[in-house]
Ligand binder design. Structure first.
Ligand code: FE2
Length: 166
């Protein structure tokens, strides 16, 4: 029998194939936004300058490490519903709703509000998906999963918000 390399697995777990496909598509869009935010956070970590350099350098490292874990979890969730995770930067840019940060050179603390907006955008998207995954696509596992993703972003958003208060 020929090896299946690019065909989608049909699961026998109670999720309709058509619903699993929709869930995977939505998760791949979240994955794209996670990648954009991850790269932005790295860029901040590398190029931040100012009086609070050391604290912000370490703070952003914590945040990009957290994002890296989320990226891996989202990609693996897509595999668990029988589909393939997007690992192409080009495709990520096409799928993402977040914009890349394109300014070059020195970065300041002001970029933190852009990072915060990124987290808040993913939180809003995730919140909509909880309902869709649960009710529309009848995939309680993915609804629970995206709830946890949202909570992680809520924590990161809180930390960014608290750090930018005057
Ligand atoms: Fe570093």
């Amino acid at each position: 029998m020929a090896k299946k390399t690019d065909t989608v697995e049909r699961l026998n777990t109670g999720i309709e194939n058509v619903n699993a496909k929709k869930v995977a598509e939505e998760l791949n869009k979240i994955l794209a936004d996670e990648f954009v935010l991850y790269i932005k956070t790295l860029k901040f970590h590398w190029n931040i300058e100012g009086r609070n350099f050391h604290a912000l350098h370490l703070f952003s490292e914590e945040q990009y490490n957290e994002l890296r874990i989320i990226i891996d979890e989202v990609a693996e969730r897509i595999r668990k519903v029988g589909h393939f995770a997007n690992g192409s930067m080009e495709q990520c840019i096409a799928d993402a709703s977040l914009q890349e940060h394109t300014k070059t050179g020195r970065l300041t603390e002001e970029m933190m509000s852009e990072l915060l907006e990124g987290h808040e955008s993913i939180i809003r998207k995730s919140r909509e998906l909880i309902e869709d995954f649960d009710k529309k696509y009848e995939d309680e596992g993915s609804a629970d999963f995206i709830t946890a993703v949202m909570q992680k972003h809520e924590e990161m958003a809180w930390m960014l918000r608290a750090s930018t208060r005057e």
